[in-house]
Design a protein around this ligand. Structure first.
Ligand code: SF4
Length: 67
């Protein structure tokens, strides 16, 4: 079983496309303007593959694994 992992989002790179949250609802939180809200947060092992899909969906490559 995989371990929980840590997401890091470069918030200044985020342009508010919202594709991360559309691809992986419940993992990525957006503010009222559609920009990523949280810079660093943990993803449980069950959600790692969904989070990975969100990373791939970001057109700005603003999301990465921190661990
Ligand atoms: S997909 Fe990327 S650019 Fe769009 S809201 Fe998420 S982090 Fe920001």
């Amino acid at each position: 079983m995989s371990a929980p992992r840590q997401i890091h989002i470069e918030l200044e790179q985020c342009e508010g496309h919202g594709l991360c949250a559309a691809t992986a609802p419940g993992i990525y939180d957006l503010d009222d303007d559609g920009f990523a809200l949280r810079q660093d947060f943990e993803v449980s092992s069950e959600l790692v593959s969904d989070a990975e899909a969100g990373i791939g969906a970001c057109p700005m490559s603003a999301i990465r694994w921190a661990s």
